[in-house]
Design a protein around this ligand. Structure first.
Ligand SMILES: [Zn+2]
Length: 89
């Protein structure tokens, strides 16, 4: 099941816009602060996704799928680490 942040009309609209742009052969630019690729260019053939800000509520724009997943994973790790620290202290 998709996360709540992926069920909003804004996210769906942004995602459809991304798919349409790629289908039309347009190149996009990865918005992640730490792009994992050698170039921020997103080709029409790259697997792309829509990135949110750190709160997960504001849509930033298109990103490489790998960059987005990497950012989400490190954000999750930070949140889990903070929770563990609270439990330990
Ligand atoms: Zn990227």
């Amino acid at each position: 099941m998709a996360k709540a942040q992926h069920r909003t009309p804004e996210y769906r609209a942004a995602y459809q816009q991304l798919r349409r742009a790629q289908a039309a052969g347009q190149w996009l630019v990865c918005v992640e602060s730490e792009c994992k690729r050698s170039s921020r260019d997103i080709s029409p053939l790259d697997r792309a996704s829509i990135s949110h800000d750190q709160t997960g509520t504001v849509i930033l724009g298109p990103s490489h799928l790998g960059c987005n997943l990497s950012e989400a994973a490190s954000r999750g790790n930070r949140m889990r680490a903070a929770r563990v620290r609270r439990l330990v202290l």
